[in-house]
Design a protein around this ligand. Sequence first.
Ligand code: UT7
Length: 329
Amino acid sequence: MALVGSGSALPELSLTNDQLALRVETNDTWIRSRTGIGKRRVIAPGESLTGLSASAALSALEMAGWEPETVDLIILATSTPDDLFGSAPQVQARIGANRAVAFDLTAACSGFLFALVTAAQYLQSGTMHRALVIGADQLSSWVDWDDRRTCVLFGDGSGAVALEAGNSDDQGLIGFKLRSDGSRGNCLNLMKSSEHLPLVGGSSHQLGGFLPIQMNGQEVYKFAVREVPLLLEQLLRSHDISPDKLDWLLLHQANQRILDAVADRFKIPFSKVLSNLAEYGNTSAATIPLMLDEAVRDGRVQSGNLIASSGFGAGLSWGAALFKWQGPV
Ligand code: UT7
């Protein structure tokens, strides 16, 4: 399996920390020093997550040099679909991938990594040959914009990769480890609202709709800086790869302090840690493919580069993957 294309798409509207400070009691210095975030993108009228995901997918197709009808599988990792029944089929239709089966996968900020591993299983088993994996989220719809503890962190975006089945074990996804711990799920969630409306004869039905994101920031922070290095270490050890052999560390972009702590733990120099938090904040399932696409397109990530990646977040869920970027063939 090889990663042969990438793409990304972002909303036009960019909100700076100073602009947010007009709404909640915060300031640029606090946000930058505690998170590394400088601004974030927000989906505006006329844009949609499905539209961004179709654009990201088309860019990945173009880089890979594929015709849309050659795609077998599309997995859209998102927790914020435009359609709760699944937005992947709409992406499939928009890009003209009429042979592909398309479905959504929900694992919050770990979603892209979980979807990458899922797609790889179809390709490695030989049942499918070409897959698009998209990570996309629109948390701007689900944060409480009056809660300064959460609203400063998140942004919207979409990123995609094109995966091709191959023969060599050494290509593409080299290894992975995925974890879930629902017992700690209350640290970060986006719960269904519990409002009930009368139905007939004293019965009721639950109203659709969700409450804003609830997060215990310190608990999530502690979870990330403890579990991510542990899992990455287990993964590297199981493949007998020492950290100095890595070309890049590509972590879920949640907080610059988390990136620094993980890099420190493995003595990976800052120059090998990919970060675009300052520009886009935490775009949930989109952070990893957005970052990868940026670094591929500006030439930092080169064909054959070995990348250690980790996604982590609500669930709680977390995962680590080792993969090589191949690029178009
Ligand atoms: O994809 C996973 C998603 N979630 C995460 O990655 C979150 C992980 N956690 C974090 O990144 C950090 O915990 C935060 C950035 C959320 C918070 O940073 P912190 O260093 O843990 O701050 P804190 O929650 O301990 O708050 C310190 C102070 C508090 O004031 P007091 O009680 O000490 O007076 C907060 O009220 O900072 C205050 N504060 C703010 N001040 C200005 C909290 N948010 C803000 C804000 N602006 N936006």
